[in-house]
Write a protein that binds this ligand. Structure first.
Ligand code: BGC
Length: 395
């Protein structure tokens, strides 16, 4: 239930609403030339498009967080292979710039927009303009809180956090801990990212019974989302907060057992802080999400314990299938999932673009990766295992 409450609160903050989520229709066919671009926030450059070729605007948040480079690449590859023209922009984690980038795509007369929002509540201007031009919008991975969004493609975000919480529960056998007390700290994501609350709630809801029982103790006392959140998912910000906590609460030799981090970029900062500033000698259980290269190395080295993996190549395939169905005017319902060959759920309840406005969503399934099943990543074909035993993302 908490996830709905969180979405409702954020939705209430949203100002403008347009046509109901789920309503988007295809815009006019593109005639203007454009070529995809991979630089941070650049306008489209020129290359002649075949007559009638549909144009897709792909707006990604930043190249500074590893996964979005993969998302941009896979989306571009998928859509190009299916005969679309693409414009790809990265907006350097700056919301104003993303609005601008989307406005440029609208000016380029894209037929459909795919947007991973930097700030889910700050894209109203661009979304309203897209709606005015009848350009349908797929909210990609992160929900945009505007009813111009037709569909949402993501992973089950609450489950991501739940998997992290359950991993801690299982690894420490919390249910049978008796009088034993484990010390834990939390680091969550960017409050501007609608996903961040879902991740945190999924983990916290799983572990809070043990906090209430006293089996888990949050020594810093920082348990609310606002206190543990990390602006822009920044590694440096996570590092700094972790150093402060270690200095204030653990310098006296208090043992730290777990640091629950919502994703890999924050886990990287926390791991650095533990390596440099933690007085204890035990290994601390650290969670993450994404399968970033540096974190996979930390997993091999025993510095990070797990990551929740989300196959973003599959997310791109689902997005392409949905976009094609939208542009063809096909019926869009749960049966579309069967056409992807990828496990996903059609969910019309969990997400709202504004209070009461449900956003039909295609949600893929995340999985847990530890040192013991790294081969599963290699088996996706998206990573290779080096002779040194470390994984690298395949090009
Ligand atoms: C994504 C995560 C990612 C985070 C920071 C979230 O919206 O779902 O996979 O770790 O953004 O990039």
């Amino acid at each position: 239930m908490k996830k709905k409450v969180f979405a409702a609160i954020l939705s209430a903050l949203m100002a403008v609403s347009l046509a109901a989520c789920g309503g988007g229709s295809a815009g006019s066919s593109a005639a203007a030339p454009a070529e995809s671009t991979k630089t941070e926030s650049t306008a489209a450059s020129t290359a002649p498009a075949a007559e009638g070729t549909k144009k897709i605007g792909i707006s990604m948040p930043t190249q500074s967080l590893e996964r979005w480079n993969r998302d941009g690449k896979y989306l571009e590859e998928q859509f190009k292979a299916a005969g679309f023209e693409t414009i790809l922009t990265y907006s350097d984690n700056k919301s104003d710039r993303q609005v601008n980038d989307i406005q440029n795509m609208i000016a380029e007369k894209v037929d459909l927009l795919i947007v991973a929002a930097i700030d889910g509540a700050a894209l109203n201007t661009a979304m309203n303009e897209a709606a005015e031009q009848n350009i349908p919008v797929i909210s990609y991975d992160r929900l945009i809180l505007n009813d111009a969004v037709s569909y949402y493609v993501s992973f089950d975000n609450y489950t991501v956090g739940k998997l992290q919480g359950e991993f801690v529960e299982k690894t420490l056998d919390l249910a049978n801990a008796g009088d034993k007390v484990y010390n834990i700290e939390f680091t969550a994501g960017d409050p501007a990212d609608n996903n961040a609350g879902y991740f945190f709630n999924g983990a916290f809801d799983t572990l809070s019974p043990y906090i209430e029982k006293g089996t888990l103790k949050v020594v810093s006392g920082q348990t609310d989302f606002a206190s543990v959140a990390t602006d822009q998912w920044s590694t440096d910000t996570a590092l700094e907060r972790a150093q402060n906590i270690l200095g204030s609460y653990y310098a006296d030799g208090t043992q730290l057992d777990v640091w629950l981090c919502s994703n890999d970029s924050t886990a990287l900062g926390v791991a650095q802080a533990i390596t440099s500033d933690y007085a204890g000698s035990n290994s601390v259980l650290i969670t993450g999400q994404d399968g970033d290269e540096a974190n996979l190395k930390n997993i091999v080295d025993g510095i990070q314990t797990m990551t929740v993996y989300k196959n973003v190549a599959n997310e791109a395939i689902v997005t392409l299938g949905l976009a094609e169905a939208m542009l063809n005017g096909d019926t869009i319902d749960a049966s579309l999932c069967d056409t992807f060959g990828i496990e996903c759920a059609f969910d019309t309840e969990s997400y709202e673009t504004s209070a009461g406005n449900k956003c039909p969503s295609f949600l893929l399934v995340p999985s847990v990766i530890t040192k013991d099943n790294l081969q599963e990543l290699v088996d996706t074909g998206l990573y290779t295992m080096g002779a040194d035993g470390y994984l690298a993302a395949a090009n």
